[in-house]
Design a protein around this ligand. Sequence first.
Ligand code: XMP
Length: 312
Amino acid sequence: MKFDAKKFIEEKSKELKDTIGDEKAICATSGGVDSMTCALLAHKVIGDQLTTLFIDDGLMRENEPETVTKWLRDNKINVKLINAGNDFFAALKGIEDPEEKRKVFRDTFYKTLGRAVKESGASFMIQGTIAADIVETKGGIKTQHNVLEQIGISPEKYGLRILEPLREIYKPQVREVAKELGLPEEYHQRMPFPGPGLATRIIGEVTPERVTILRKATEIVEEEILKELKPFQAFAVLLNDRATGVVGGKRAFGNIIVVRSVESKDAMTATVTEIPWKTLQRIRERICEEIPEVTRVLYDITPKPPGTIEYI
Ligand code: XMP
């Protein structure tokens, strides 16, 4: 049966209205299509009873916090920007294990959120969990930070009830709902970006310096690939290994960046994008020129399965 976005919005709006009533709600939004859709849906139903919280965790893409909070403000949605980068870096210091990284990220995220929620006096939190997050967490593939009950986080501890209006639908339907709600194309057709941000694309320790390198590489990869292709997801990854190269005529033992680009419908499986050689060359050229700390650029040719899309 064809998915009916209008009907979905009507049903979920009624549910939200009936549940929230005259109370206050918050929605932590990251600029991704899932959380932006939740914010728009909730704003449509409860207006100023909603505050969106944007937690700048220091792990976002270039200019993301500024651009997203401006868009929300311009659209009359209450928004509070919380600068928590230092807290996340302090918590992630010295951690290399992938699941440990996810756990620390999650704990810091909910601690930060918990503080903001207390201040806001909200009783509900609207969260952009989608069906794929639940399936993968249940399947033990990884712990998605947005599937609370399955990772043992009790929302009551944070003094709020969780509402997840998108939990039954997958990404393509979320995009339809977003479009129907009037979210501009640059948001609803956006590539997915994981909750723990650039931390999912750093092997080894997540430090401000390493994030800066990866953020620059991410910008280059997105810019160059999106000029001519429309992959499901394209991004850069920073490895923990080093490789010898020549920078400015001198031998340098530098960082290795992996370029990853995949095609997928629902993120459950993925194939590798056949990027034209010229595009790959341009990416390599720009990364090595614009980021002197990098001496090697690799292209990942692993589909999902056996690989996952992200690196942790
Ligand atoms: P994997 O790496 O498991 O990713 O193949 C599948 C899809 O999920 C995204 N992803 C996440 N999204 N929180 C999110 O909101 C997370 O913790 C998370 N981990 C992975 C990933 O970008 C891909 O689209």
